[in-house]
Design a protein around this ligand. Structure first.
Ligand SMILES: Cc1cc2nc3c(=O)[nH]c(=O)nc-3n(C[C@H](O)[C@H](O)[C@H](O)COP(=O)(O)OP(=O)(O)OC[C@H]3O[C@@H](n4cnc5c(N)ncnc54)[C@H](O)[C@@H]3O)c2cc1C
Ligand code: SF4
Ligand code: SF4
Length: 371
């Protein structure tokens, strides 16, 4: 089977392409423009790295999970699990520019400062509807990448280039679940010739992710709503049914009804079964507690999944980088329920679109009772 043909027929034609960029930066034949993945040449290799790393090519997730987390507890709804924390960055300056509590930026800065990593793959999302992947080596540059882009830039193309150059030997990756899955496919099912230096990846911080948006759709929505150039975009908890755009240089906020946003969701996101980045050392999302959204919006939930993740959290605690608060008894169950909801939607979508489990096959055992 032709490699570009396989990606085209299994992923792009089925509207499963997440735009992650894992197929790019490896050869000149695959590229991307404003969130669309483009095949420039119908390559004849049957063992192309593009299809091997793609998170939407069928993968034995159970086998991958076993290889990556051999001794961890696996929760069927949430994946590998050691602990759940509620935390935020202690530094108010980090919190000020961050999406929620600034945990991701604070941990990335710490990992760079302490030499645990010598580069971090981040997404430059601030003040722009044209986000891009970037490798940051100076801890002082991490904050420039704080915040979330709800468009999905092909960040992993930048990672692939950095790995091939082999100049950085301890790389940290921050990414959405589709991206972290691709990274674990690279790590635990490496190329026999290992010319992508995959051992250089030392830390993966995953983000929680409900969905991403179409690039052009989001741009026209912001123009229509007088929110063009918004400095900060957030999706509120479901009871608010809205997306908020905080305008640059002031306290003005434009609120848009979610009914206008939902049609802009990338079709691939409706078939995505991972809400919490199940392949990562740590996964970080917005907090949900009894304190209400005004408080929660500046706190994070953290799922610790591996020893590497736990060591980084303990380092942050000992250095006073993060502050913690008690996790409500109901938090884990709420998270499981939300995660299961996303898995159910994905399975329904895949049945409709592919007549089966699509890229999730053969993983029936990994999926809890979703139907
Ligand atoms: C598309 C998308 C959907 C999300 N949906 C949810 C959700 O439903 N529920 C929830 O709780 N949280 C969601 N998140 C995660 C949330 O927005 C925060 O990233 C997370 O809570 C960490 O907050 P923080 O303050 O620690 O982040 P910050 O300290 O501000 O750091 C955020 C990091 O995210 C990286 N980043 C930004 N945009 C992207 C992107 N598109 N792809 C990869 N990396 C990126 C930046 O490089 C930065 O390092 C989503 C994030 C994205 C990108
Ligand atoms: S999901 Fe990622 S790797 Fe797969 S085709 Fe799309 S951009 Fe390429
Ligand atoms: S919903 Fe899934 S496919 Fe879409 S951006 Fe998030 S992780 Fe990627």
């Amino acid at each position: 089977m032709l490699s570009s043909y396989a990606l085209d027929s299994h992923v792009i034609q089925k509207e499963l392409c997440t735009g992650c960029g894992a197929c790019q930066g490896l050869c000149p034949y695959w590229g991307s423009s404003r969130g669309r993945t483009i095949c420039y040449y119908d390559c004849e290799r049957s063992d192309g790295r593009c299809q091997r790393f793609c998170p939407r090519m069928p993968t034995d997730l159970a086998a991958l999970q076993k290889k990556a987390f051999p001794s961890e507890t696996i929760l069927p709804e949430l994946g590998p699990y050691r602990a759940l924390y509620l935390a935020r960055a202690k530094d108010p300056e980090i919190r000020g520019g961050a999406q929620h509590g600034g945990v991701v930026s604070a941990l990335t800065e710490l990992a760079l400062r302490e030499g645990l990593i010598d580069g971090a793959l981040l997404t430059r999302a601030q003040d722009t509807l044209d986000p891009s992947g970037v490798i940051v080596t100076d801890p002082d540059d991490v904050r420039r990448c704080s915040g979330s882009s709800f468009q999905i830039p092909p960040t992993l193309a930048v990672l692939n280039q950095a790995l091939r150059e082999d100049k950085l030997h301890r790389i940290g990756v921050v990414g959405t679940p589709c991206k972290t899955l691709a990274v674990y496919k690279m790590r635990y099912d490496p190329l026999p010739e290992n010319d992508n230096h995959i051992g250089n990846i030392r830390l993966v911080i995953g983000l929680f992710c409900g969905w991403g948006l179409d690039w052009d759709g989001l741009e026209s929505l912001t123009k229509r709503s007088a929110a063009a150039g918004a400095a900060h975009v957030d999706i509120l908890p479901s009871k608010y049914h809205s997306m908020e755009f905080a305008l640059r240089g002031g306290s003005d906020v434009v609120s848009v009804n979610l009914d206008e946003v939902l049609p802009l969701i990338r079709p691939a996101c409706r078939a995505c079964a991972d809400m919490t980045s199940e392949f990562a050392d740590l996964s970080v999302g917005g907090a949900r507690s009894a304190d209400g959204w005004d408080t929660d919006k500046k706190w994070n939930q953290i799922i610790v999944r591996s020893k590497t993740g736990e060591e980084l959290i303990e380092l942050a605690r000992s250095r006073g980088i993060l502050e913690f608060k008690d996790v409500p008894d109901t938090a884990l169950d709420k998270l499981k329920k939300a995660s299961l909801g996303k898995k159910r939607t994905a399975v329904r979508t895949l049945h409709e679109r592919c007549g089966g489990l699509g890229y999730l096959a053969p993983n029936e055992k990994l999926l809890p009772a979703v139907e």
